[in-house]
Design a protein around this ligand. Sequence first.
Ligand SMILES: [Ca+2]
Length: 282
Amino acid sequence: MAPRCFSSRPGAIPWSYACSCPDINDHYPGGNYPGSFTFDDATKTCVDATSSPKCEYGTFRYNGACVDDPCFDANYNSPCSANQVCSAAADGASYTCTCRGQMVSGVCKINPCMATPCPVAGSTCSPSFDFTTQTCFCPEGSSDGSCAIKGSCTGTTADAPSFIRPSSGSPPTSTSAYNVKYKTHIFKALVSGSVALRVDALNNGWDTFLFLYNAPFNPAAQLTNIIIGNDDLAGAGRNSGFTVNLVAGNVYVLVVTGYMSTNSGTYTISSNPNASTVGICV
Ligand SMILES: [Ca+2]
């Protein structure tokens, strides 16, 4: 292991830097290394001088000898993947990697709600299915515009991504043959009970399709968490809608899409009770 200054901070003398050594206990078995690494300015190394032999950081004592710390490679990098914690075996012969967050499709990811909590006290956080984004919901009655997505009840699918939409049903049990552009509207219900939801096309009467999911919605697992899907609401032409029982405090995702790939455009969402009462588009 090469000598190394692990972290530096401005020293008392201008243009000077003081070096410090990391704590080995974050990956030492049991988290209780019988020693302490300190920076030796003469040799520019982190050395455990509290006992014999004096092991240089990157090694640690085992049975009276210094053994290589398996949680470092030659460049002091961890052998584990991002967001994983390395734990060394007591004899330095092996190591284990543990995900600090949650495995998503075989990749260790940190819940964004843990990494970046919602900024407003009392708000609730909902991560996306793949842990790449989060949505903050304001405390009921809050008017802080930075807290929640203030989605308009109008939107467009024209510039949206596509997914293989499910078929209609309550709940739908199969996917369709159509790859269709979609837009999501995530909301936390403010009321419990029966709510009528619908979407109406605004331009050229394009053929809409509407789904409701329990959050989170995953376009690659489009039958997971699905509650209901509808093509044409009775009496509403080719517009879509349904009546569902919502539970106050639960987070839902409305997915506006079209019947087939050529069906996209602008739309408006409405509900009864009205959208602001239900918690949609607030
Ligand atoms: Ca339709």
